[in-house]
Design a protein around this ligand. Structure first.
Ligand SMILES: [Zn+2]
Length: 133
């Protein structure tokens, strides 16, 4: 994820992402968000939901790693409860319908490796060139 989007999330949710300055022996958040920029809105909404839930439930949720894994958004957190894990799981499921590159509607492609992409960013190239014969 690019610097601007990374800083936007870090600044909007300082408590959730406070481990961004922790040593990597303690948290992997120092690596930032290890996924494409297409998921920034999804991550923003998830971060907001987790922060609100954290406050209401009296929890102290801290993200320890955010990354793309097998084509989907995976978030690891400390201090989460069942509801928080449900929010994280919902975001993982939603990520499989959003292009990781640009945020357009997409689907999970599973040949060779798993990536969620729109037709434009599909592993075999834009749909237009696919049909050019
Ligand atoms: Zn795309």
């Amino acid at each position: 994820m690019n610097h601007v989007n990374t800083e936007r999330l870090f600044h909007a949710f300082p408590a959730l992402y406070r481990d961004r300055t922790a040593p990597i022996t303690q948290s992997l958040m120092a690596f930032g968000f290890e996924c494409g920029d297409g998921w920034v809105e999804l991550l923003y909404n998830l971060s907001q939901a987790l922060t609100e839930h954290s406050g209401k439930a009296g929890l102290d949720i801290v993200a320890t790693q955010v990354k793309e894994k097998w084509g989907e958004l995976v978030v690891y957190a400390d201090g989460a409860d069942d509801e928080a894990y449900r929010l994280i799981e919902d975001a993982r499921e939603a990520s499989a319908t959003i292009c990781e590159v640009c945020g357009a509607p997409g689907r999970l492609y599973t040949w060779g490796w798993r990536q969620t992409r729109c037709t434009e960013h599909a592993p075999d190239g834009p749909a237009s060139s696919r049909h050019f014969h």
